[in-house]
Design a protein around this ligand. Sequence first.
Ligand SMILES: [Ca+2]
Length: 123
Amino acid sequence: MRGMLVGGAVALLLVAMAAPVAAAPKSGCPATASGWAETSVGAATDRIWPGLLDPSAFPGGPSDLEAVIAAEDRNDDGDVCLLVMWGEALNPRSHWYRVGIEILGSPTEQFFVHDNTANAAGG
Ligand SMILES: [Ca+2]
């Protein structure tokens, strides 16, 4: 009996923790099913930096890239929407797809970032 109560409390706790995420209002990110994810500026930087074909575009290193991504964070909440496309999601006729295969031996990734402002959903 006591074990069941504890189990119930744990379940309630999980529900309580999940609720804010489920109710997380109006992320401006397109539907998760389309591959977009809401992420922090720092996490987006960590995800994108290792995938850059030419990091020399950011002579200051990851902090330069982070500054570029942060500029997209127009509502200053520290979060942006990130879409990573790679492999078959990319047009195989794409220049960058072929460059990736020639240089890296694997398809390149393409990264898309825009702000997660609630008003951005329509455009
Ligand atoms: Ca933002």
